[in-house]
Write a protein that binds this ligand. Structure first.
Ligand code: SF4
Length: 320
């Protein structure tokens, strides 16, 4: 809720813009300043009240951002070169443009760092889309074809980067909520979109429709595993028996150091989500790469320990 004071300030800014006294970029900046959250420490970077608490900045720049009362805030201004880079990358990852910088910075230079390498040939795309509730999307650069997992904002910069990396052959959509601009990317690159039959209503002209609950190998090393629960047509992608792209099925919570799945954001059927988890037990992987929440790497055996521990927890009828 904006105070009367900040409403007046915004009105004055907009009046100045209408009279051509200031430019649109300055309007955006000044409006953002009026929404700056009081929880931020004083300094160059800040989060404003348009934050949708998607958690992305806290993963991209973990030493700089924390959460308080449903918003992220700057807990410590970045000091090292690495922290400053991470903070600027968080600006480009924020789906709602809620991270401000008092003096601005060279955006072109930071844009060039995307997509951000995670491990091997797997990347995080940045440019999270508000249309996907701020979910993260990923890119795989593979000899059997390039894949995008869920969709970021349609950004010219990412399009150019994907072109440099050989384009997109497949766009795997974990479920109906995280499709954002998948169709625009598909038309641009002639990529095949993959989605489950039960979630296909959001991409009716998708090229590959998964049916049932049996796993489907689309290309060597790329297996789609249906995991109904969060939505009826939710699926995950297992890549090279190492990377599991989990959409909204499963994620890592850094604060409690545990795998998690959210029952209160389970839109379809929690009991089915638990059964889907049980079916995942048979697979080998070391990485969890979710749409929301944090990614995590463990050696395969440690992953199994965490996985089984969490499976037991979520099977408890009192789990919430
Ligand atoms: S990335 Fe943006 S919307 Fe998401 S938590 Fe951070 S400030 Fe909020």
């Amino acid at each position: 809720m904006k105070s009367v004071g900040s409403r007046i300030v915004i009105w004055v800014i907009l009046f100045a813009y209408q009279k051509n006294i200031i430019q649109l970029s300055l309007v955006n900046y000044l409006v953002s300043i009026t929404k700056r959250l009081p929880t931020n420490v004083v300094g160059e970077f800040f989060v404003d009240s348009s934050c949708i608490n998607c958690d992305t900045c806290r993963e991209v720049a973990p030493s700089v951002f924390e959460e308080s009362e449903g918003y992220s805030f700057v807990v410590k201004q970045p000091q090292t070169e690495f922290e400053i880079l991470q903070t600027k990358q968080a600006v480009f990852s924020c789906p709602s443009g809620s991270i401000g910088s008092v003096n601005g910075f060279d955006r072109a230079e930071i844009r060039e760092t995307f997509p951000l390498k995670i491990s091997d040939n797997v990347y995080y795309n940045g440019f999270n889309s508000p249309n996907s509730f701020g979910a993260k999307s990923y890119f795989i650069d593979d000899k059997n074809g390039n894949w995008m997992i869920d969709s970021p904002k349609y950004s010219k910069l990412l399009v150019n980067k994907f072109e440099e990396l050989g384009g997109l052959d497949y766009i795997f959509l974990t479920h109906r909520d995280d499709v954002a601009h998948a169709d625009k990317f598909a038309y641009k690159f002639g990529a095949k979109r993959i989605i489950h039959y039960f979630d296909r209503s959001v991409q009716r002209d998708a090229e590959i429709i998964i049916k049932g609950i049996d796993p489907v190998e689309i290309e060597p090393g790329f297996t789609i595993i249906p995991t109904p629960g969060h939505t009826k047509g939710h699926c995950v992608l297992l890549y090279n028996n190492k990377f599991l792209f989990t959409g909204d099925h499963l994620y890592w919570r850094s604060d409690i150091k545990s795998l998690r799945a959210t029952r209160n954001y389970c839109w379809w059927n929690w009991e089915e989500q638990v059964k889907s988890m049980e079916r995942l037990k048979q697979y080998k992987f070391s990485w969890i790469l979710p749409g929301h929440g944090h990614r995590k790497y463990f050696e395969e055996n440690d992953m199994k320990i965490h996985f089984n521990k969490f499976y037991k927890k979520m099977s408890d009828p009192n789990y919430w």
